[in-house]
Design a binder for this molecule. Structure first.
Ligand code: AMP
Ligand code: ZN
Length: 471
C-alpha cells in the first residue's frame, strides 16, 4: 500500500487515485528565460522517479509539466538580448528539453505552454470576477484573498500572519497586500493579449490553475513542485481554482526539499548556482540521479563536488555488474547451475521502502545489497545457467533502470562504446602500419584478418588506412 506525505493535510496518507489505475499528476515547470540549475534538476529528477514508481506499480500516469513562456523575467531577458520574448522562450525551451533528456527524465505526457492557454486563463479570471473573488483596478485584475475562506490552508498560515511575515509587494491599487495579480495591464513595449479588462497578460499563478484544470480536470490526483512554491504560488493556485470551480483542486501535494550550497538554497537570484548542463559535463547523469536519490526527497541536500564524485564511484558497482552480465549473457548457455537466490524478497523490500513516502535512500541501499549478494552468488559458482543472468538483468532493468534511472543507459552506452571501439581500431591500425614499415607482413595480415573476423574491413589509401563496419 503506497502512502506518502501530503503537504495539504500535513500527514502521510494512503494514495487513492480518483480514477485508478489512471493517475493525474501536475508539476510546475520552468520559466524559460535561462538554463536551469542543479537545484531545479533535483526537483525534476525526483518528480520523474515518483512518476516512474507509480508506473512500475501499474498506474497509468498522465504527467503534465507546464512551460512558462511569458513572464517578467522573460521580458527582461528579451530586452537584454535585444530579442523577442518568443525567441528567448524558444531558445531556452529547447535547452530545457535537451537537459531533461540528458538527465534521463522521461518525457511528460504534455508540456502545455502558457501562451497557448491565454483564453483558458481569461475564462477562469472572468468566472472569478463574476463570482466576486476578483476585482479590476484600471486593467489590473487581482484576486481578493479575504473572500476565499480557506486561504492559507496549504502553507498552514492565516492571512494576518502571512501579511506581517511575507515579503509582499506594496501596491496602492490592491485591497490587501496579499491579493495577487490574475491579469496584468500591458506596459509600453511589452507583449499583450486582448481581454475584457483591456490589453495585458496573465499573472503567473493563474497559468497553472488554468492548464492543470484544462488538461487534468478540475480535481486531479497529485500536484508537485519545490518547497519554495508552497507559498505563495501553490496557495494561490488552490485559492483561485477552488474559488472558480467549487471543487478541490489537487488531492495530494508533494513538495521537494531544496538543493543547497553551503546551507543556502541554490538559486538564480543568489547567484550560487551551477547549471545542469555544466554539471553534466563533469558527471554522468546516473551519478547525478544517484546523488539526488541518496537523500530523502523532502529534506534538504547539500551540493558538493565530493558527494557527486562519490556517487560516481558508487555507480561503478552497478556498471561492473552490468558488464559482467553482458559478458556472461554472450558466453553462458543452458548448462550450469541456477544458484538459489531470492529475487522476490529484494523486490518486496524495494516496494516496501518506496511505498513508505518514497524512501529512495533506502531503495538505493537495497540495490547495493542486492549487488553485493549477487556478486557473491556469481563468485561461488563455476558455471552458471544463462537464465540466472537473465533474471539479474531483468531485476536491474526493472528497478534500478526503469524506476531510479541509475543503470547505464543503453543508448548512451552505444555511443560511448563506439567511441572506444574507434580508438581501439586506431591503435591496431597503428601497430599494423608499424609492422608493415618493418616488413613484418605476417603480423600486418593477421591484424587485417582478425579485424575482418569481427566485422571490420580495412582499406589502405594514400592518406592512411580507412576502416568500415559491416552492419
Ligand atoms: P523555477 O524555474 O525557479 O520556477 O523552478 C522550477 C522548479 O525547481 C520549481 O518546482 C522550484 O520549486 C524548483 N527549485 C528551484 N530552486 C530549487 C532548489 N534550490 N532546490 C530544489 N528545487 C528547486
Ligand atoms: Zn505552478
Amino acid at each position: 500500500m503506497l502512502s506518502f506525505y501530503n503537504t495539504l493535510t500535513k500527514k502521510n496518507e494512503e494514495f487513492k487515485p480518483i480514477n485508478s489505475p489512471n493517475v493525474s499528476m501536475y508539476i510546475c515547470g520552468p520559466t524559460v528565460y535561462d538554463y536551469f540549475h542543479v537545484g531545479n534538476a533535483r526537483t525534476f529528477v525526483l518528480a520523474d522517479v515518483i512518476r516512474k514508481y507509480l508506473e512500475y506499480k501499474g498506474y497509468n500516469v498522465k504527467f503534465v509539466m507546464n512551460v512558462t513562456d511569458i513572464d517578467d523575467k522573460i521580458i527582461k531577458k528579451a530586452n537584454e538580448e535585444k530579442n523577442s520574448t518568443i525567441d528567448v522562450a524558444t531558445k531556452y525551451s529547447i535547452a530545457f528539453f535537451e537537459d531533461l533528456k540528458n538527465l534521463r527524465i522521461k518525457e511528460a505526457t504534455l508540456y502545455p505552454k502558457a501562451t497557448d492557454h491565454i483564453e483558458d486563463m481569461i475564462n477562469m479570471i472572468k468566472t472569478l470576477v463574476d463570482k466576486g473573488f476578483a476585482y479590476n483596478v484600471n486593467g489590473n485584475v487581482f484576486f481578493d484573498v479575504k473572500r476565499y475562506k480557506f486561504y492559507g490552508k496549504l502553507s498552514g498560515k492565516n492571512i494576518d500572519e502571512l501579511e506581517s511575515g511575507a515579503r509582499v509587494e506594496i501596491n496602492e491599487s490592491k485591497l490587501q497586500p496579499l491579493d495577487f495579480a490574475l491579469w496584468k495591464k500591458a506596459k509600453e513595449g511589452e507583449p499583450f493579449w486582448d481581454s475584457p479588462w483591456g490589453k495585458g497578460r496573465p499573472g503567473w499563478h493563474i497559468e497553472c490553475s488554468a492548464m492543470g484544470c484544462k488538461h487534468l480536470g478540475e480535481t486531479f490526483d497529485i500536484h508537485a513542485g519545490g518547497n519554495d512554491l508552497i507559498f505563495p504560488h501553490h496557495e494561490n493556485e488552490i485559492a483561485q481554482s477552488e474559488a472558480a470551480t467549487n471543487k478541490p483542486f489537487a488531492n495530494y501535494w508533494i513538495h521537494f526539499g531544496f538543493l543547497n550550497i553551503n546551507k543556502e538554497k541554490m538559486s538564480k537570484s543568489l547567484g550560487n548556482f551551477f547549471t545542469a548542463r555544466e554539471i553534466l559535463e563533469k558527471f554522468s547523469p546516473e551519478a547525478i540521479r544517484l546523488f539526488f536519490l541518496q537523500a530523502h526527497y523532502r529534506g534538504p541536500l547539500d551540493f558538493t563536488d565530493e558527494l557527486l564524485a562519490s556517487a560516481e564511484k558508487g555507480l561503478e558497482k552497478i556498471k561492473n555488474l552490468q558488464d559482467t552480465i553482458k559478458n556472461r549473457l554472450k558466453k553462458s548457455n543452458q548448462k550450469g547451475v541456477i544458484p538459489e537466490f531470492d529475487f522476490d524478497s529484494f523486490e518486496q523490500k524495494f516496494n516496501g521502502v518506496m511505498d513508505d513516502d518514497f524512501n529512495t535512500p533506502q531503495a538505493v541501499s537495497i540495490i547495493f545489497d542486492f549487488i553485493r549478494e549477487i556478486n557473491k552468488a556469481i563468485a561461488e559458482n563455476n558455471s552458471i545457467h544463462i537464465d540466472f543472468y537473465k533474471k539479474i538483468n531483468n531485476f536491474m532493468e526493472k528497478i534500478a533502470g526503469s524506476v531510479l534511472g541509475i543503470t547505464k543507459d543503453k543508448s548512451l552506452q552505444t555511443e560511448r562504446d563506439s567511441l572506444l571501439e574507434d580508438k581501439l581500431i586506431e591503435i591496431l591500425l597503428d601497430i599494423r602500419f608499424k609492422a608493415k614499415r618493418e616488413k613484418n607482413y605476417p603480423l600486418a595480415d593477421e591484424i587485417r584478418n582478425k579485424l575482418v573476423e569481427v566485422g571490420i574491413t580495412i582499406k589502405d589509401t594514400k592518406d592512411g588506412t580507412d576502416y568500415f563496419r559491416d552492419n
